[in-house]
Design a protein around this ligand. Structure first.
Ligand code: FAD
Length: 407
């Protein structure tokens, strides 16, 4: 008679819950170790509390949104892709909707709906609210926290990365993986806001820009460009485009790196200049500061006055061609010097983690220590925003749970 496989899943986040539920469905006896009071704490804050759980895209498009080790994910995404994930949540009673850029959310607009569905999925697993500090190979299996009552056949390490540690992902899993012989690649912040020494950011803090183009350059050499939304903050810049840029630039020294904002990306320079001439003719008797109101959001006016070096109360009719040109240049290419990234605690996702070469992509089993599986953000993979990171956690969690249970 076959014995039931006893599996310890360390971490009750997206990857751990998916792994645990899948393993119980495959007949395993599963215990989830979660050191926070509740499972799924991070899921609860995803997508600004709405949880963008996946992206309804093709496998090819998915890969294009994973800047770090995309090929490692091929088997996991084939085992449980976005379609299967959506179907699984629908089976668990969650109605879903697809929004702009194929982002998938629960119809309730509440991340708690996804957490509750995952709780339902793991109903047959035990949950122990305990911090795991050690995993030791023991009599063909594993002993947790050196406790003889916590002995398992298999272990799935799904402790997440290092970002937002108040949700429980404090990096303790990396230490456990290292002790078990794994390499952990350098840990960096990805999808993280960027800092700037420029006072313009403080001056414009809270201002959110839509439909603008950005370009990031080092000493005139292009590093990144994008079109979309961004935000000024007291420390620098944030918002979707900036987060994506950070995934490209993760780990780079940002000295001599400048962000240029095109505030009028729909207009080429010639058309914009004609527009400026029309506005200046119409507003010729007004002060420069007042004329800017028809060109810019009010929160940006002071910065444009200072950067253009045109006196605020100069009459528009007195503005020289040279000054108009300076304004035009700023509208098309407003420079914001960058100085660094915000700390990993503020990053949406962690770059770096357990080296993918040490994990079998077909099963998520460790190549270093058989019986140990890895899933989710603890692995050195990360993606852009759009539901891809949770899908990676679900796909790798599913594959780890299934492989560990199917002895
Ligand atoms: C603010 C924010 C918004 C986000 N929004 C989105 C989004 O909308 N869409 C998207 O795709 N991705 C989003 N992400 C990224 C996504 O949430 C993560 O990539 C994903 O949750 C990773 O899942 P995980 O299970 O690997 O790790 P986690 O969700 O971090 O789970 C790890 C779990 O392990 C537990 N744990 C850790 N160490 C131990 C230990 N030693 N003992 C016991 N338990 C332990 C932790 O408490 C935690 O519950 C967002 C991230 C943040 C921070």
């Amino acid at each position: 008679m076959n014995e039931i496989t006893k599996i310890a899943v360390i971490g009750g986040g997206a990857a751990g819950l998916m792994a645990a539920g899948t393993a119980t469905r495959c007949g395993a006896d599963v215990t989830i170790f979660e050191h926070m009071e509740y499972v799924g704490r991070k899921i609860g804050i995803t997508g600004k509390g709405r949880c963008n759980l996946t992206n309804a895209c093709t496998l090819q498009e998915f890969m294009e949104n994973v800047p770090r080790n995309p090929r490692f994910l091929y088997a996991a995404l084939t085992a449980l892709g976005p379609d299967n994930t959506m179907q699984l949540f629908e089976e668990l009673g969650v109605k879903l909707k697809v929004e702009r850029a194929r982002r998938v959310f629960p119809e309730s607009d509440k991340a708690a709906t996804i957490v509750n569905a995952l709780r339902k999925y793991v109903a047959d697993a035990k949950i122990l609210h305990k911090k795991v500090t050690s995993v030791l190979p023991f009599e063909g299996g594993f002993k947790i926290n050196n406790d003889p009552s916590l002995v398992f056949d298999k272990v799935i390490l799904a402790t997440g990365g290092r970002s937002y540690p108040r949700t429980g992902s404090d990096g303790s899993g990396h230490r456990i993986a290292r002790k078990l012989g794994h390499t952990v690649t350098p840990i960096l912040a990805s999808l993280v806001p960027m800092e700037s020494p420029s006072d313009h950011c403080k001056r414009m803090q809270g201002l959110s820009l839509k439909n603008v183009s950005i370009r990031i350059e080092r000493d005139g050499k292009p590093l990144y460009s994008d079109f979309g939304e961004m935000l000024f903050t007291h420390f620098g810049v944030s918002g979707p485009m900036i987060l994506s840029a950070s995934a490209h630039l993760a780990g780079e020294d940002l000295t001599n790196v400048t962000l240029y904002i095109d505030w009028k990306s729909a207009l080429d320079e010639k058309t914009l200049d004609e527009r400026l001439i029309t506005v200046f003719e119409k507003e010729s008797n007004r002060d420069f500061v007042n004329a800017l109101g028809s060109l810019l959001p009010s929160a940006a006016i002071e910065s444009f006055i200072l950067a253009s070096d045109i006196p605020a109360h100069k009459k528009v009719r007195e503005i020289t061609k040279e000054e108009r040109k300076r304004l035009l240049n700023l509208l098309k290419s407003f420079p914001i010097p960058l100085s660094g990234f915000r700390p990993i605690e503020e990053a949406i996702v962690t770059r770096g983690g357990v080296e993918v070469k040490e994990i079998s992509p077909k099963t998520m089993e460790s190549k270093i220590l058989p019986g140990l599986y890895l899933a989710g953000e603890i692995i050195d993979v990360d993606a852009y925003t759009g539901g891809y990171n949770l899908q990676i956690a679900f796909s790798t969690g599913y594959l780890a749970g299934k492989s560990a249970a199917e002895y």
